[in-house]
Design a protein around this ligand. Sequence first.
Ligand SMILES: [Zn+2]
Length: 263
Amino acid sequence: MIRNYHELTRLEMESVDREKTIVMIPLGALEQHGNQAPLGTDFLIAGAMTEYIKKAVEEADPDFPMLIFPPMPIGLSTEHRNFCGSITFKPDTYYHMLYDIGASLAHHGFKKLAFLVCHGGNTPVVQVLSRELRSDFGLYAFILSSGAFGHPDVKATVSPGNVWDFHGGEMETSMVMAIDPSLVKLETSEAGEPSAFIGNKSLMPYGSVSISWMGEDWRTKEGKAIGIGGDPKGATAEKGRIILETSARELVQGLLEIRDFKI
Ligand SMILES: [Zn+2]
């Protein structure tokens, strides 16, 4: 059975099989997502994604032992800190905040954690932290990447020619529209590309030769720094629903294997 962690009473928590139960912690962010999408885009996606995951996993195993933690609204958003409204932890603050949550869960006897990463900037800290939690407490912290952006059904939602779609682009904007269309102001959207890297053969924001990019590296064709990858204007709620549903489905097998992982 999958339940929300914060909805259990102490008495109910005392009867949870904490050795077996996975605690899923969705990790969002509070940062600019362009003119058109809300600052809390990743936080909203984190919350919705847990609902889609719950449905998909319970179809595979109605008794799946998992508690869903309240989605973390703020993460590591250094790359967007210069854009109005973005809020970020410092990496060490973020590390210690999550470490303390892990320590508390371990204190109560939990053995399995699953971080649902809904903002790429959080990933490096979560990777380092997961190994430390395992080493310090015997708490196994698994890492789930929330968007199946390489899946053909998800790729098919991106409009032709929108080759840079990424942060605050068509896919993310579509997901917010599927959650609450009133939060998206599509008529104000602008398209962005990684201007600082265009024309390079090797040095890119990702890959074998890279640099930790900042939002300012992503600009409009006219050179205005907007920190947005891709063109949001083709976003629709239906596309967002497909992305959320496909991404959730893609995590089911992994979650079943986490359930069966012997520790
Ligand atoms: Zn985002």
